[in-house]
Design a protein around this ligand. Structure first.
Ligand code: AMP
Length: 281
């Protein structure tokens, strides 16, 4: 694996690979890698000659300084794991390299970002779009890999790719879970033992609401089922739960045989977790 922390040597290297007709897959991450990230790497390796994994904790997408400060970082371990997976290129730039000057750019994704993550983390998607656009320019991948875990992020990046005409294909990879159902997340390592025990209840609630929805298509009832379930666990503080059209993430009033996403965010102590479940109902 070749590691770059500067843009210029990375682009020079990748230019040579493209001249040699190699295809490039990009997996953008913030590090503290887990099996969820590894499934993106594996998907990229399957379809591309060269897989580039980026590790960068992007300050412009954090709306709270304390969250940025506490975000888990473990570059040495990440490097070892990427090497053993056979990842070809690691790009781990500094803040100065990614933002040689403070950015004044702001993205507004309108109705795509006005609810769920966009509502509760003001400016988050603007920061995500800035850093992903930079990575797309730097790497110029043929394909870029993102997880369903961050469904709203995926939809917003898809919008950005279409708006700017980035010449690449986006691939969405399913959520990898622990055996007890908890979606893997770098933030899970910040959970206390008790919080970790309770955390799988989030997915349990999503499954309960989903099976309710499949039975009778009653959206308010499914919402109630989910909230009632989580209320039983005092460690969980629900931030939002929404049932939306899975393709454009707009709230829906009826199921009508559509692909529907049940999306939630909740706090366990100071740790904020998100999860979702996509069904046809
Ligand atoms: P992050 O490092 O949290 O920014 O995540 C980097 C990429 O990995 C994003 O596209 C996430 O959606 C994806 N990802 C994170 N957790 C999972 C998971 N449990 N399963 C699949 N993909 C994931």
């Amino acid at each position: 694996m070749i590691t770059f922390d500067r843009v210029k040597p990375l682009t020079n290297y990748l230019f040579k690979q493209k001249v040699a007709n190699k295809t490039i897959g990009l997996v953008p991450t913030m590090g503290a890698l887990h099996r969820g990230h590894f499934s993106l790497i594996a998907a990229s390796q399957k379809k591309n000659d060269i897989t580039v994994c980026s590790i960068y904790v992007n300050p412009t997408q954090f709306n709270r300084a304390s969250d940025l400060k506490k975000y888990p970082r473990n570059l040495d371990k990440d490097k070892r794991q990427l090497r053993s997976l056979g990842c070809d290129v690691l790009f781990c730039p500094s803040d100065k390299e990614m933002y040689p000057q403070p950015t004044e750019l702001k993205f507004d994704f309108g109705s795509l970002a006005s609810h769920m993550e966009g509502k509760h983390r003001p400016g988050h998607f603007s920061g995500v779009a800035i850093v992903v656009a930079k990575l797309f320019h730097q790497v110029k991948p043929h394909r870029a890999y993102f997880g369903q875990k961050d469904l709203q992020q995926y939809i917003i990046i898809q919008q950005m790719v279409n708006d700017f005409g980035f010449d690449l294909t986006l691939e969405q990879i399913p959520i990898i879970r622990e055996d007890d159902g908890l979606a893997l997340s770098s933030r899970n390592q910040r959970l206390t033992k008790k919080q970790r025990q309770v955390a799988p209840r989030l997915y349990e609630g999503l499954r309960l609401a989903a099976s309710q929805l499949k039975q009778d298509g009653d959206i308010p009832k499914a919402r109630k089922t989910f909230r009632k379930h989580l209320k039983k666990f005092k460690e969980i503080e629900l931030e939002y739960f929404q049932i939306v059209n899975a393709d454009n993430l707009q709230p829906i009033k009826a199921c009508e045989n559509k692909k529907v996403a049940l999306c939630m965010a909740a706090y366990l102590g100071k740790v904020r977790l998100i999860d979702n479940l996509v069904i046809i109902c």
